[in-house]
Design a protein around this ligand. Structure first.
Ligand SMILES: NC(=O)C1=CN([C@@H]2O[C@H](COP(=O)(O)OP(=O)(O)OC[C@H]3O[C@@H](n4cnc5c(N)ncnc54)[C@H](OP(=O)(O)O)[C@@H]3O)[C@@H](O)[C@H]2O)[C@@H](O)CC1
Ligand SMILES: Nc1ncnc2c1ncn2[C@@H]1O[C@H](COP(=O)(O)OP(=O)(O)O)[C@@H](O)[C@H]1O
Ligand SMILES: [K+]
Length: 507
């Protein structure tokens, strides 16, 4: 599913109106019918509609008319000078006034109306919001937030459509009905929570008109990325599903590599090899008997990897992950550089591997193959020098420009994980805050290297991996709530790897 920013949506609307000659008033009418359809499902009779002076408000005025005609008990509010309402919105306001409907501008009356309403429709501010919400609308938004059931038109008022940030204050909707495409603000940052359940409705814009926009950001839907999952043929053996190696672990952090190894096995890899210091062999061996091991010497509290043993490993593995629980030591920079410069298979660099890389990120430029980097915002901060707050507010641009400059795949973790190859962007929407628990990143690394070993391209592996990881988190949540642990994620990974992929139904 495509995701657009406010400007791209404006361009699409403009093309529909100017090139395809679809009058804007028809689009607004269709938007109102789309809203009506959702309101009819809610079984409420008393509806309060709060309109702004732009086209978002126009959708609200048109909806009010459709509801009134159908016998709903509707009260309409607008808190600006009606003279400011122009164009299509004006036409819809005038029709209401001609019908003898009063449009109120009284905060007390609004609060009272909301108290007795089944549904409050927020048609105050849409994609045209610029800057912080003006002071005079803050009380209006507070009042809307007291509603029993809040339905936002297009985007919750006060949410920045491009970043998902709250611009001073915002409506926290139960349902958001948006038109034609998801907006970034619905799935990023605070906008994800404020939007509630997002319903995307068609309003009569031809598909070709949207395709002409060549949108480069997309997210999951019912079919994608499940459609990427390869079927296992019956006549196959473990040699067909990859030999992957995971390099990591130290005496103080053996859990990370245990989780990653288990996770790689649970996501279908044929053979999984753990490369870690000898000191933790007993622990790893006892907990992951299905893996094979490549125990190495330990020097100064970290794994010792010389070029000779790395070359042996290269021959044995068709995908490698470097970093889980390895520790952040200067001495690890050389083996990482050697891997980048000599290994021809796909690579995942995660956790302390990224911290080691931050000591000299230019070594990435000499990588022989595509590398997936999986930073959380803290690791991204060490890699780029930007502070965490800046990264969180500019997730897409930060990830995209790093991926482009270093010719890699960046998977920037968080509530809306961003995956990019420097040109296209996938925003993952599966997962939940229960996954903010130690070790869940190690599980993701196991999934990624496993998919690479099974022949998925690095970009596909990163998209599918983040999706599957999130689904396993959502399934673990069903059972354990926010008490879920990283091992619960591992236990749920197999869900999407089934014979009949087509039968898997997601919400
Ligand atoms: N185009 C189409 O074909 C279709 C568009 N559609 C709909 O149009 C919506 C976009 O409409 P839009 O562009 O008119 O902007 P919109 O969101 O109503 O906001 C503008 C208003 O907000 C105000 N305002 C701005 N910033 C503010 C602030 N910080 N604090 C306070 N006020 C602020 C600004 O007031 P001003 O600053 O000018 O005083 C102005 O009045 C879109 O979301 C969708 O719902 C659908 O009908 C389908 C067809
Ligand atoms: N609120 C959230 N919603 C969805 N996914 C989340 C959330 N918080 C964390 N995650 C996911 O959990 C994982 C945490 O990884 P990471 O921070 O590296 O943890 P660790 O280093 O402890 O293993 C990431 O894949 C991240 O995207
Ligand atoms: K709105």
């Amino acid at each position: 599913m495509k995701v657009v920013n406010a400007n791209e949506m404006r361009e699409i609307d403009k093309r529909a109106i100017e090139k395809y000659k679809i009058p804007g008033i028809i689009l607004m009418e269709n938007a109102a019918y789309a809203l009506l359809e959702e309101i009819e499902r809610l079984n409420g009779k008393r509806i309060t509609i709060v309109c702004g002076t732009g086209n978002n408000g126009g959708d609200g005025f048109a909806l009010a008319r459709l509801l009134l005609i159908r016998g709903y008990d509707v009260e309409v509010f607008c808190f600006s000078d009606p003279e400011k309402v122009k164009g299509d919105a004006r036409i819809n306001l005038d029709i209401l006034l001609n019908m003898g409907i009063k449009v109120y501008n009284d905060l007390n009356k609004l609060e009272n109306s909301i108290r007795y309403s089944d549904v409050v429709v927020d048609a105050l501010l849409g994609t045209g919001l610029s800057g912080e919400v003006k002071e005079e609308l803050k009380n209006v938004i507070d009042a809307i937030n007291k509603g029993r059931l809040k339905l936002s038109v297009d985007i919750p008022s006060g949410i920045n459509s491009d970043t998902g940030s709250i611009m001073g204050t915002c409506v926290f909707a139960d349902i958001t009905v948006t038109f034609e495409c998801l907006k970034l603000g619905h799935i990023l940052s605070e906008g994800k929570e404020a939007s509630g359940k997002v319903i995307v409705k068609k309003i009569g814009i031809p598909v070709s008109c949207i395709e002409e926009q060549s949108v480069k950001i997309f997210t999951s839907d019912k079919e994608y990325p499940i459609s990427l999952i390869k079927k296992r043929r019956l006549d196959t053996n473990k040699g067909d599903y990859g030999k992957v190696a995971i390099i990591g672990g130290n005496y103080k952090m053996s859990g990370a590599i245990i989780l990653a190894l288990k996770s790689a096995l649970r996501s279908g890899a044929g053979l999984v090899c753990g490369v870690f210091p000898k000191t933790i062999l007993d622990r790893v061996g006892a907990l992951v008997p299905e893996a094979v091991y490549f125990p190495c010497e330990e020097k100064h509290e970290h794994i010792f990897l010389d070029d000779y043993c790395l070359n042996i490993l290269f021959q044995k593995s068709n995908a490698i992950a470097f970093g889980v629980g390895i520790g952040n030591f200067d001495e690890l920079l050389h083996p990482l550089q050697y891997i980048l410069e000599h290994y021809e298979g796909p690579l995942v660099i995660d956790a302390d591997g990224l911290n080691v890389l931050s000591r000299n990120k230019t070594i990435l430029k000499s990588a022989k193959s595509k590398v997936i980097l999986t930073p959380h915002p803290g690791e991204m901060s060490r890699l780029t020098g930007y502070d965490i707050d800046y990264i969180n507010k500019n997730r897409i641009n930060v990830a995209k420009s790093f991926a482009k400059e270093y010719n890699s795949i960046v998977l920037l973790k968080g509530s809306s994980t961003v995956v990019t190859d420097g040109e296209f962007i996938y925003i993952n929407r599966t997962g939940n805050p229960g996954m903010a628990t130690a070790g869940s990143g190690d599980v993701l690394t196991g999934v990624l290297v496993s998919l690479l070993g099974q022949g998925y391209s690095p970009f596909e592996a990163a998209i599918l991996g983040s999706f599957i990881h999130g689904i396993s988190g959502d399934r673990a949540y069903q059972k354990h709530g926010y008490g879920l642990t990283a091992m619960d994620l591992v236990d749920n990974l197999g869900f999407l790897f089934k014979k009949d992929i087509g039968s898997i139904k997601l919400e």
